[in-house]
Design a protein around this ligand. Structure first.
Ligand code: HEM
Length: 496
């Protein structure tokens, strides 16, 4: 017999319809809808999305409770159809539910791939990619399509380390291969970001009116073929021929589970895919937003360049060792993460068992939308939320280093916290700081001709990451002495 008594008290939330629950209250920018629910109903809101229980929050204390104090309860992931089709049946790290498999894959990532020693061994590649970024801008002419160059910068950095290839800019991949790679990864990102109604209303899957699940299956096949080819190429080229081991070589050399000589191909593919998806878009989207905000605020550009000139000088390119000394640029990145976090909801978490949160009952398998976009614009947490003001992050007690990941106060959360925190955060910070430092040091920037700083808009598109709706183009003018560009292989005639 069930104990008598009132039903457990759920957090407050908007009224819901039968069957659909609150689904019809969500528009194309659900993070904004969720933030308005929090403004109306309080820091912790309950939603019913079709047949799924969900909660959302944009409050530092609730977030700390979820990600730190009750990490054991909330660190799982929902088994969405995108995770089944596009992440090898949830066999990766990022979309896998909590369990032995996730633990093993995450351990491989931390102990074999993203170790300090291995990341240092790719430092020379990263420096070459930073030079390549500068050459790309110089070669483009005055008007620069920043989305394209930043996307190529992130992709090349990741694929050099992961696959031993530079896809963009006359590297080892053929132009056709680069195009295919880009097309597949874009389709993959898009599908991973979609809120697919079939995950909330099982009957939707019968009709699938927009062919979303069909598209997932098509992309699944294409992605799998692509990974298959990468693994084959690596098996054919021996480690000795290549001189150094990329991540795929490392994975091919590791033993498998239960005494198997090697890891299964499927496990390797799932890991490759995670790294590409987690590392490329996050850093290039952040860089595009940071460039947009700085060009929109010319006084910020002046301060960034003053700092670069005083720390690096004008006689050489920025190196990785300079990045820790660029405190104002680090504030720019923190402010960018406050206003434009790469993932608007982190990657949604799920509770593994019933629990009590802030005095409310939360059922098992509740989907958790931590609204980092709402957190950065929560007026109870930040003053002047719509103002891009990097200075707000300068340390109050003297000249300490500005940390880019979250602080003890949980007021920004670019890489999350707890069991699911981003294992690539240190590398992600380097990709972002290095790209920006080179672009601001080497060039003066202005909005495209005929437009002013105020015309750079902040409209975003919802997805797994949240890019600018209108890609950023801007005018670049070299600002260093010519010999500095010549030192990275730019002939005079190439200079714009
Ligand atoms: C600016 C760059 C980056 C940002 C902003 C970023 C942000 C994030 C965020 C918000 C999450 C979700 C955490 C959660 O759900 O609680 C995540 C997960 C993850 N990130 Fe990153 N990331 C970046 C770069 C990277 C890089 C360079 C790598 C690897 C090379 C990486 C690998 C991963 C993986 C594997 C996960 C899944 C972790 C898990 O579920 O256990 N990320 N990242």
């Amino acid at each position: 017999r069930k104990p008598r008594g009132p039903p457990p008290r759920l957090p407050p939330g908007p009224p819901r319809l039968p069957i659909f629950g609150n689904l019809l209250q969500l528009g194309p920018l659900p993070h904004r809808n969720f933030a308005s629910f929090c403004a109306e109903y309080g820091p912790l809101v309950y939603l019913r999305l079709g047949n799924v229980d969900a909660i959302t929050t944009d409050d530092p204390e609730v977030i700390r409770e979820i990600l730190v104090n009750q990490d054991d309860v909330f660190a799982s992931r929902p088994r969405t159809l995108a995770a089944v089709h596009l992440a090898y049946n949830c066999g990766d790290i990022a979309l896998a539910p909590l369990g032995a498999r996730w633990k093993r894959m995450r351990r491989i990532c931390m102990e074999q791939l993203l170790t300090t020693r291995r990341l240092e061994s790719f430092a020379a590649h990263r420096a070459r990619e930073a030079d390549h970024l500068v050459r790309e801008v110089l070669g483009t002419g005055a008007l620069v399509d920043l989305r394209r160059v930043l996307c190529a910068f992130s992709m090349n950095n990741v694929t050099r380390m992961l696959l031993g290839k530079q896809y963009f800019g006359g590297g080892d991949g053929s132009p056709g291969e680069a195009e295919e790679f880009l097309r597949i990864t874009h389709e993959l990102f898009w599908l991973l970001g979609v809120i697919y109604l079939g995950d909330y209303l099982p009957v939707w899957r019968w009709f699938d009116p927009f062919g979303c699940e069909k598209k997932m299956r098509e992309v699944e096949t294409k992605v799998d073929r692509f990974h298959e080819r990468i693994i084959d190429e690596h098996r054919k080229a021996s480690g000795a021929d290549k001189g150094e081991m990329d991540f795929v070589d490392v994975l091919l050399s590791l033993p498998g589970e239960e005494g198997k000589e090697h890891m299964d191909d499927e496990e390797i593919k799932a890991l490759i895919q995670d790294m590409i998806a987690a590392a490329t878009d996050t850093s290039s989207v952040t860089n595009e937003w940071a460039m947009a905000e700085v060009i929109k605020h010319p006084h910020v550009l002046c301060k960034v360049q003053e700092e670069l000139d005083s720390v690096v000088g004008r006689d050489r390119m920025v190196a990785e060792s300079d990045l820790v000394h660029l405190n104002y640029l680090r504030c720019v990145v923190r402010e960018t993460f406050r206003m434009h976090p790469a993932g608007p909801f982190l990657i949604p978490h799920e509770s593994v068992r019933p629990t009590t949160l802030m005095g409310y009952h939360i059922p098992a398998h509740t989907r958790v939308f931590i609204n980092t976009h709402g957190l950065g614009r929560n007026p109870h947490v930040w003053a002047d939320v719509e103002e891009f003001r990097p200075e707000r992050h300068l340390p109050v007690n003297g000249p300490g280093r500005v940390e880019i990941s979250h602080g003890a106060d949980f007021k920004i959360l670019p890489f999350s916290a707890g069991k699911r925190r981003c294992p690539g955060a240190p590398l992600g910070v380097v990709f972002v700081l290095m790209g920006l430092a080179r672009l601001f040091h080497c060039f003066d920037w202005a909005p495209a001709d005929g437009t002013g700083p105020e015309d750079i808009d902040r409209a975003e598109v919802y997805g797994m990451t949240m890019p600018k709706a209108v890609p950023l183009v801007a005018v670049a003018r070299p600002r260093l002495p010519w010999h500095v560009y010549n030192n990275i292989g730019v002939a005079h005639k190439e200079v714009m």
